[in-house]
Design a protein around this ligand. Structure first.
Ligand code: ZN
Length: 301
């Protein structure tokens, strides 16, 4: 009897001293890992892609499947951005908690209003995404909505740490709202300026900054431009005042350099996500992005 009691007590002590296993997060893109770092700083987050990879085209490697199998939360852009690889991962990982419809499956773009939703699905137009443009993370306002949904999901998945998630969300939101004011102020000289973009991943940033996209280097999403297409784009820009030709780190440089020389305007690579151009977190991502565009704008004066 005594022996049994001692065993029970030591087992209870052992349990009490054991730290709770860290929440495991699988982030498809670095921007979502960065958001989780703000909202669940103790989580163990794996990021499937870097900013130097094109998230449209990723190989469903066994190492990714193994990581997804153990995840408590899957966070991705969604809206078909990962359509070429995520469904395979989900099937192979067979992790019930992160399947579509579960709280552990968070598709960020599906939580906010999206640009570029086609009015009708006409297959003759090529590969049209019914869900609209998935590249939502470059709008800081949508990001704050996504932060709220992410916090709700964290509370559902890990209720024991609910109050910690709320506290982290409050801290993040306070800093984010201050940064939003600053970014709006800094971006004022960019209002109405024209950008030529490589691919339509800048639509949400344009909306936030008040900039326009007046041309796309890719004739269709994912299709590299031919010289003929570029020449046509160049002549169509003759009467347009272009601030810069913008690309992300994973875009090839050549087409934007070609057009930059013809238009005598700078071709600039923007960070696009964290871990590029020295942007260590989401705050620095917007700081650096706006600073690079302002520098281009300052040179035109
Ligand atoms: Zn895209």
């Amino acid at each position: 009897m005594m022996k049994l009691l001692i065993t029970t007590v030591s087992a209870a002590l052992l349990l009490a001293s054991q730290p709770a296993a860290a929440l495991k997060v699988f982030a498809c893109e670095p921007e979502w890992a960065a958001l989780v770092a703000e909202l669940a700083p103790d989580a163990n987050t794996f990021t499937a892609t870097t900013v130097y990879q094109d998230p449209h085209h990723i190989e469903a490697r066994p190492s990714l499947i193994a990581k997804l199998r153990k995840a408590d939360l899957l966070i991705c852009s969604g809206a078909s951005l990962e359509a070429g690889w995520l469904p395979v991962l989900l099937r192979q990982a067979a992790n019930p908690g992160v399947q579509p419809g579960q709280p552990g499956n968070l598709m960020a773009a599906m939580q906010v209003s999206r640009l570029g939703i086609p009015e009708s699905l006409d297959r003759s137009m090529g590969d049209v995404h019914a869900e609209g443009n998935p590249h939502v993370h470059l709008d800081p306002e949508r990001l704050s909505q996504i932060a709220s949904v992410t916090t709700q999901r964290l509370q559902i998945i890990d209720p024991d740490n609910s109050s910690q998630y709320v506290a982290a969300y409050d801290r993040f939101t306070e800093r984010w709202q201050q940064a939003l004011q600053r970014w709006r102020r800094q971006a004022q000289p960019l209002q109405g300026k024209n950008l030529v973009i490589h691919h339509n991943e800048w639509a949400y940033l344009n909306e936030f900054l008040g900039t326009n996209s007046v041309g796309t280097l890719e004739p269709q999403p994912g299709i590299p431009p031919s010289l003929g297409y570029l020449a046509e784009l160049n002549s169509s820009m003759k009467n347009t005042d272009v601030l810069a030709i913008v690309r992300k780190p994973s875009d090839p440089e050549k087409a934007s350099q070609w057009l930059a020389q013809r238009l005598n305007r700078p071709a600039i690579e923007l960070p696009y996500s964290v871990d590029s151009h020295g942007a260590a977190d989401l705050f620095e991502l917007f700081d650096k992005t706006i600073a690079l565009l302002i520098a281009a704008q300052a040179k035109t004066q």
